[in-house]
Design a binder for this molecule. Structure first.
Ligand code: SF4
Length: 341
């Protein structure tokens, strides 16, 4: 590991000033990804600005009813927060599906947004990798890629985004708040991650030196029945082959609204807009769910060894939506029984 300086500012402005003054600065949250990459020689910051003591840990409702999640809240705090569990259950489930308890106790919300791909070639400095070394090539294209992307990739990079949390955030239309010395900005998560294009090393729209300070969840997305499910290669501590976050609004057997996002299929959380459009005002039936999944996955371009992900994504989405619909019917029946008593 290369030498670096380490600083612990107490205020956001101080952190921003430190980053602005020094090109090789990286912000340090829980360090659960960055420190590993530093040990592997993939990342070599010359200054680490530790952000964990900044006043950004809170999770609270805004006066307008949005849920504001501080960027240094830990993944554990987020998963068990009463507002999250009650109004955005898929987010709590997604966070709990990621990593181990020890890692969740360390990892921060802001760091989770910025974690790097777990493509094995990215972490192996003996291999070509456009994301690590632009212009060097992509070893995964002709190599091991069974868990790589089926949507939105280019020949420059076929890696997937590793986060579970971000898949649920995408389904709930989260917004990312960040700060620079020029002020505070907020951007929809849908616009936060850049398409792969020919520059896979550029992953987000964050300006240089910007610090993520919060993630906001719209109050209007809360309260829907929602669910996160993840298929992985072992029972724990594994990244998704495919995951689905979904929230469903069903009345009298008809879908009034659906929010669906996939994980494990693209370089960023994949919001399933085609599927959502196909479901609007459709009967809430497995046939409709299958047709919606097919509409979304028509754009899939599997690699030689990951065509299984297309069927997996389709089946997982249908299973999650069916489960949400069954639960809705059970709840409706319980409500009717309550009213009858
Ligand atoms: Fe690098 Fe992306 Fe290719 Fe993996 S898929 S080797 S991260 S360029």
């Amino acid at each position: 590991m290369k030498n670096f300086t380490y600083q612990r500012p107490a205020q956001v402005r101080e952190a921003l000033a430190l980053a602005a003054a020094h090109d090789g600065t990286r912000y340090l949250g829980g360090g659960t990804n960055l420190v590993d990459l530093m040990k592997d020689g993939v990342e070599a910051p010359t200054r680490l600005v530790d952000v964990r003591q900044l006043p950004l840990k809170g999770i609270q409702l805004s006066p307008g009813g949005d849920l504001v999640i501080g960027a240094t809240a830990t993944n554990s705090d987020l998963a068990v927060h009463p507002e999250v569990r009650r109004h955005y259950p898929a987010l709590s489930q997604a966070v709990l599906a990621g990593a181990s308890g020890q890692l969740r106790n360390m990892a921060t919300v802001g760091g989770n947004l910025l974690q790097r791909t777990r493509c094995g070639y990215f972490a192996d400095t003996s291999q070509p990798c456009n994301k690590r070394t632009p212009g060097s090539g992509c070893a995964a294209l002709a190599g091991e890629h069974h868990n790589h992307a089926i949507l939105g990739w280019t020949e420059h990079c076929v890696a997937t985004h590793p986060s579970d949390m971000c898949v649920a955030l995408a389904a709930f239309d989260a917004r990312v708040r960040y700060e620079t010395l020029d002020g505070v900005s907020e951007i929809p998560l849908a616009d936060f991650y850049l398409p792969v294009g020919d520059s896979p090393q550029r992953e987000t729209v964050l300006p240089r030196g910007a610090l993520i300070t919060a993630v906001t969840l719209p109050g209007s997305a809360g309260g829907l029945r929602s669910r996160y499910r993840k298929v992985r290669e072992r029972a724990s501590y594994a990244f998704a082959n495919v995951s689905v976050a979904a929230a469903l609004d069903v009345h009298d057997g008809v879908v009034r609204g659906a929010r669906i996002a996939f994980g494990g299929v693209a370089s960023r959380p994949w919001r399933a807009r085609e599927a959502e459009a196909a479901l609007r005002d459709a009967a809430a039936t497995p046939d409709a769910f299958r047709a919606a999944a097919d509409a979304e996955l028509a754009a899939a371009r599997p690699l030689a060894d990951n065509a299984y992900k297309v069927a997996l994504a389709r089946n997982l989405m249908v299973a999650v939506l069916t489960e949400l619909t069954d639960r809705a019917e059970l709840t409706d029946r319980a409500e009717l029984a309550d009213r009858a008593e």
